[in-house]
Structures are given as C-alpha cells and as structure tokens.
Design a protein around this ligand. Structure first.
Ligand code: CDP
Length: 232
C-alpha cells in the first residue's frame, strides 16, 4: 500500500504523514528533505541556483542519508549530508529562500527520482511531497492533496519554529512565493493529480485530518480486500 500526500508548503503533509505512518507501522518518507539537502549543498559550495551544470554536478556527487531520528529536538528524521547531521540546517530561512529554485532544476529532479522510488519497494509507505501522485509514484493506492489557506499555513509554520506573530506577514509572503514557484515550474509542478482526493485542513486539528486520511485509507484497503475475494 502506498499513500502519496502532496500539497503546498505548510499544509501539514509531514505531520499527518508521520502520525499516520507510526500508527499503522508504515514507512514514512518526506521527499522535501532531499531538495532541502541539495539546496544546502549549493550554498556550501557557492553554486548559482540557476547554473544547471553546477546543480547537475552537485546532485550527481551528493551523499544524502535519511533515517529515523536519533535526537529528540522535534525533528521527524535524521538527515545526513556528506555524513554530517544537517537535520536543522536544512530548515533555515536561507534554505527556504532558495529551495524552490533548486527544485525547479531538471537535473536536480532527474537526479533525485530514483532515490525516491527506491524507498517504496515492497513495504507500506507514506510519501509526502509535491509531485508524488503525479510523477514519483503515479500508481499510488491513495493520493491525497492536502491544502489550507496561506494565512493558516503561515500561522502553523510560525508555531512550528517558535516565531512571533510579528513575523506572520513575512512568513506568509515567503510561503506564497514558494507556492508560486513550485506551481509554475516547467517540470513536475505542484499540481493536484486527477485521481487525488482533496483534503482541506483549514480550521481542523491534526487529529481530525489524520482521522479523515485514515478512513480514506481504510476504504481503499477494504475495497482492495473485496476485490481480492471476488477474484478468488
Ligand atoms: O515542509 P514544507 O512544506 O515547507 O516544504 P518541503 O516539503 O520540505 O519542500 C521544500 C521544497 O522542496 C518545496 O518548496 C519544493 O520546492 C521542493 N519539493 C519538490 O519540488 N518536490 C517534492 N516532492 C518535495 C519538495
């Protein structure tokens, strides 16, 4: 069973995906960390985010390892870049500011696709991102497109990073700009897959959203079991 959760920045994808995966014993993978790690690497080596050749070399040579968290500081995953723990560094405003430009690079997207598909093999998986239902895993058993208004998404992001209300307008503008870039890029833009189920998380608690997605997943599992019985 593969569940794809796509949607704009701060809609709650990773929180919902992680919660549900740990409840169900599924493997959880947040594809955003890969793009964030490449963006951080481009800062470290001083590459121009519009230089396709430089980005191609970075993604060809890069070493990214993603695993369960070993430190309790609110992180969902350990992310190692060239063997170094960058789990917090990939979430800084400097990375936020360029990650969508890096993610628009055809070389970067092509270089990361196999790594994402390898995660799925032979196990129940919940994968979160922007193009999981459309490009990475178009055969996913269930696709959810998770949205919320930009005001609510900005508020949640501020709470997540412990920011103050004074930063709300700037946080909201940064999210909207990232959405604009993610939705308008030529390759694998952020779009809802035709067969995705829309889930709006505006004004709803994490528990409510998790319950909605859980019941969608149950329906799919039941339908599949019924299909298997009628085949037998
Ligand atoms: O957590 P948040 O929603 O802020 O973003 P993220 O999931 O960590 O993704 C960071 C950025 O990576 C996005 O804004 C996209 O530009 C890019 N991304 C992508 O292009 N495709 C994916 N499957 C996942 C992330």
């Amino acid at each position: 069973m593969v569940l794809a959760i796509d949607g704009p920045a701060g809609a709650g994808k990773s929180t919902v995906a992680e919660r549900l995966a740990s409840e169900l014993g599924y493997f959880y993978f947040d594809t955003g960390v890969l793009y964030r790690a490449v963006a951080l690497r481009s800062i470290q080596v001083g590459a121009d985010v519009h230089d396709e050749v430089a980005l191609g070399e970075i993604v060809r040579d890069i070493s990214i390892q993603v695993g369960p968290p070993t430190i309790e500081d609110g992180r969902q995953l350990d992310v190692l870049l060239e063997g170094e723990d960058v789990s917090r560094e990939i979430r800084t405003p400097a990375v936020d500011a360029i990650v969508s430009k890096v993610a628009a690079s055809p070389a970067v997207r092509a270089g990361l696709i196999d790594l994402q598909r390898q995660q799925i093999q032979g196990r129940g998986t919940i994968m979160a991102g922007r193009d999981i239902g459309t490009v990475v895993c178009p055969d996913a058993d269930l696709k959810v497109f998770l949205t919320a208004s930009s005001g609510e998404r900005a508020l949640r992001r501020l709470r997540q990073v412990g920011g103050s209300e004074a930063e709300l307008a700037a946080t909201r503008a940064a999210l909207e700009e990232r959405d604009r870039q993610d939705s308008s890029r030529a390759i694998s833009p952020l779009v809802r897959a035709d067969d995705a189920v829309d889930v709006d998380s505006d004004g709803r608690s994490i528990d409510e959203v998790v319950a909605t997605v859980r019941s969608l997943l149950r329906e799919r599992l039941d339908a599949r079991a019924a299909g298997a019985r009628s085949d037998a």
